[in-house]
Ligand binder design. Structure first.
Ligand code: SF4
Ligand code: SF4
Length: 457
């Protein structure tokens, strides 16, 4: 490992005493570097300070007062996708998730972001966690079609090529407001009026004898952009003998806020979500969006310091499952599966594979469908660049990672790409569009639903 450069501290230390990254967790890193090849930003830039080891070193320097919260310090952490590929790769069991969350919490409270940077982030957090506002924001797309978003995206650049991310994070300032808006337009999905007005039924009865009562998180992006995934989840779970409850009053689970360091917001969303599902009296909470599932499984940790909520949050997290885990838990299928003759590439969403360790269950779910052939993708552990709001706030790096993933998908030549996270679906579809490929990107539960319903292929 080359000796990293630590900046001369200014008057202010990098971290204050309000939940800094844990020294004990930092010290579990033995600097072996096994995590480096799996880190997407290290793969892009080969820069030590944009690797997990480098970032942990920076956290340590911040704790020791050897660096302050300079713009370069912040850029190294802004550039991290929070994909947790380093957690999978680390032989020493370093817990990077609480480290980056604590660091981001400090950055959100204490860094000097530019006005444009703060404004863009404020817009995202005033919009995405609120489905009613999302519906209004997406209405023009339903009216004019997604090509209108493309037209605006192209006009926004005045024909100029986007900046690529060849330089490491500290060598570039934060992306500008307009390039972020352009990324948002590029990622915009096709939106149908039906999506904007769709509502998941509040109660769906089990087919046959009831095996479980399951609460369904309908998700903010999922319910507005991909309501068919929620429909498929309800259909499959009820066909497999579960009562499904989708409480009408549920809101955002707080995942976007948590992963961006907005910890107080995340805690408020977590308390409201726990309250809603506890009232519903369900035995499990099914999640079909990997980012949401990973943060809901972390509620116990998020609310550990709140005596009124800590026990409730731990008990809640213990009941949260990705929908593929529930299908696996139910065991022997009750509903017959019909043939779907499809070549399928399964893309591991980072917040499912790395953050939750759920890799086998979605593959088993797909293999249970007669006729499906699973084809492998190169670099399966590598993030597609979606990563919560990353593809909006760091569009250049995200585009490079999306293009890399799209190349691997092209090489595998599947009929359909399948992934368990709406952010990955949007990111992969946008990357495929840039390559001029008409690629179908679906959720595994949609294919299982088609198979159970006997939709012929
Ligand atoms: S979370 Fe992902 S991007 Fe961040 S350091 Fe770990 S591997 Fe790299
Ligand atoms: S995070 Fe783990 S794999 Fe990476 S340098 Fe530290 S101990 Fe090694």
């Amino acid at each position: 490992m080359s000796a990293p450069v630590v900046e001369t501290p200014r008057a202010e230390p990098a971290f204050d005493a309000n939940h800094p990254p844990s020294r004990a967790l930092i010290d579990t890193c033995v600097h072996c570097g096994f995590c480096l090849p799996s880190c997407p930003t290290y793969a892009l830039w080969s820069e030590e300070m944009d690797s997990p080891r480098g970032r942990i070193y920076l956290m340590s320097a911040g704790l020791d007062g050897r660096t302050s919260m300079t713009p370069a310090f912040v850029r190294h952490f802004d550039a991290c996708l929070g994909c947790m590929a380093c957690v999978t790769a680390c032989p020493s069991g370093v817990q990077y998730a609480p480290l980056i969350e604590a660091t981001r919490g400090q950055i959100e409270r204490r860094s000097d972001r530019s006005f444009a940077d703060r404004l863009f982030r404020s817009i995202i957090f005033a919009l995405f966690p609120y489905p009613a506002r999302m519906r209004i924001a997406l209405a023009p797309l339903a009216l004019l079609g997604r090509r209108s978003a493309e037209a605006f995206a192209v006009r926004g650049t005045s024909g100029a090529a986007p900046e690529r991310s060849a330089k490491a994070s500290a060598g570039r300032s934060a992306p500008g407001f307009l390039s972020r808006v352009r990324a948002m337009l590029e990622l915009a999905p096709p939106v149908a009026w039906r999506s904007l007005t769709a509502r998941t039924p509040e109660r769906t009865a089990a087919v046959g004898e009831r095996r479980l009562t399951i609460g369904l998180l309908t998700g903010c992006v999922q319910r507005v952009v991909f309501p068919q995934v929620n429909d498929a989840t309800v259909n499959v779970l009820s066909a497999e003998g579960c009562d499904v409850v989708a409480p009408r009053e549920q809101g955002c689970c707080g995942a976007l806020a948590l992963h961006a360091g907005r910890v107080d917001d995340a805690r408020a969303f977590a308390r409201a979500t726990i309250e809603v599902f506890d009232r519903a009296g369900v035995e499990r909470i099914a999640v079909n969006a990997a980012g949401c599932g990973s943060s809901m499984k972390e509620y116990g940790h998020l609310l550990a310091d709140d005596p009124a909520w800590a026990d409730r949050a731990r008990a809640f997290s213990a009941r949260v499952r990705d929908v593929s885990e529930i299908v696996a838990e139910l065991g022997e299928p009750r509903a017959p599966r019909h043939r779907l003759a499809l070549k399928v590439a399964y893309h591991d969403a980072c917040h499912l594979a790395h953050a939750q360790g759920v890799r086998q269950q979605p593959r088993d779910l797909l293999r249970s469908i007669p006729g499906i052939e699973l084809v492998p993708l190169a670099e399966p552990e590598m993030c597609c660049g979606s990563a919560g709001i990353y593809n909006l706030v760091e569009p250049d790096a995200a585009r490079d990672l999306g293009d890399r993933k799209a190349r691997h998908i092209d090489d595998a030549q599947p009929d359909v790409v399948v992934t368990g996270n709406p952010g990955c679906t949007l990111q992969i579809a946008a990357a495929a569009r840039r390559r001029g490929t008409a690629l179908a990107v679906r959720h595994p539960i949609e294919l299982l639903d088609e198979s159970i319903r006997g939709a012929s292929r």
